[in-house]
Design a protein around this ligand. Structure first.
Ligand code: URA
Length: 232
C-alpha cells in the first residue's frame, strides 16, 4: 500500500493532508523518516508513526453519529442523507446500519463493514435498540403490559417482547429487539398514543455519546466495537 493512502485511511485525513505530513517530516516507517508520498510498503508488517504516534491499520471504519432530524438514513437519495454529513475522504463505501425515520434523532452506527451491518440488522439476531420517546399522554399499566408483551401493529405484524421504562408523564424509554417499519410509532399508536419525538440512545449495548451534538460523529472506541461484535 502507498504510505499516503495508509495515512488517509488510518487518520481519516485527505490525500493532500497526508502528503503535507510527509513533506513536513512527520512520518516514520520502521524507524526511518519518510520523504516520498508514493512509497509502497507492506502494511501488515510495518510500524508507522505520525507525529510520534503509532498508527494501526483498520480494514473497516466504524462511527457513531448523532443523527439530526431532516436527513434520510440511506447512502443515496433525492433528499440529503446522513452520509452527506461525513467528510468526503471518510465517505467511501460508508452506509448507515439500519434506518431511522427522517424525523428520528440519535444513535446511528455508520460503517463500511457489510458483515457487521448485516448482523446488527438481521431479524435473526435480535439486537436491542433503546429509544427515548416523547409521547402524547401518560401510559396506563395496561398499555405498558401490552407494549412489553407484544401487540398487533397492523399490516399483519405483531411485535415481540419489549421493555418500557417510564421517565415521566410524557417520556418513556422503549427497548425493542426488532426493526419493523416505523415500529416505535406504530406500537404507540396501537395503544392509542402518539410519538411526539423519537431519539435512539443505544444499540446492542453501545450508548450515544452525550458529547456529540446533533449532526456530529466520532469513531467508535475499541471497547464499543467489542461490545457491538458481542451481538453477532
Ligand atoms: N421506530 C420508528 O417508528 N421510527 C424510527 O425511526 C425507529 C424506530
Amino acid at each position: 500500500m502507498r504510505i499516503d493512502k495508509f495515512i488517509c485511511d488510518c487518520l481519516g485525513v485527505s490525500r493532500s493532508e497526508a502528503k503535507n505530513l510527509i513533506k513536513n517530516c512527520k512520518v516514520e516507517l520502521n524507524g526511518s523518516r519518510v520523504s516520498s508520498s508514493d512509497l509502497k510498503f507492506d502494511e501488515s508488517e510495518a510500524e508507522v508513526f505520525v507525529n510520534g504516534e503509532a498508527l494501526t491499520y483498520e480494514k473497516y471504519v466504524y462511527f457513531m453519529l448523532n443523527k439530526p432530524a431532516g436527513l434520510v438514513s440511506a447512502t443515496k437519495d433525492a433528499a440529503p442523507t446522513v452520509i452527506d454529513l461525513f467528510k468526503k475522504e471518510n465517505r467511501k463505501n460508508l452506509f448507515p446500519v439500519g434506518r431511522l425515520d427522517k424525523d428520528t434523532l440519535g444513535l446511528l452506527i455508520v460503517t463500511d463493514d457489510g458483515d457487521l451491518g448485516h448482523h446488527l440488522t438481521s431479524p435473526k439476531h435480535h439486537v436491542d435498540k433503546t429509544y427515548r420517546v416523547k409521547i402524547e399522554k401518560l401510559l396506563s399499566d395496561d398499555d405498558i403490559r401490552a407494549l412489553e408483551t407484544g401487540l398487533d401493529i397492523g399490516e399483519g405484524e405483531v411485535t415481540g417482547p419489549a421493555k418500557v421504562t417510564v421517565i415521566d408523564e410524557e417520556t418513556i424509554l422503549l427497548t425493542i429487539s426488532e426493526g419493523k417499519y416505523h415500529q416505535v410509532k406504530r406500537m404507540l399508536e396501537a395503544v392509542g398514543n402518539k410519538v411526539l419525538l423519537l431519539k435512539r440512545i443505544s444499540i446492542g449495548g453501545v450508548t450515544l455519546d452525550d458529547n456529540l451534538k446533533e449532526g456530529e460523529y466520532r469513531r467508535l472506541t475499541p471497547s464499543e466495537l467489542d461490545i457491538l461484535n458481542d451481538n453477532v
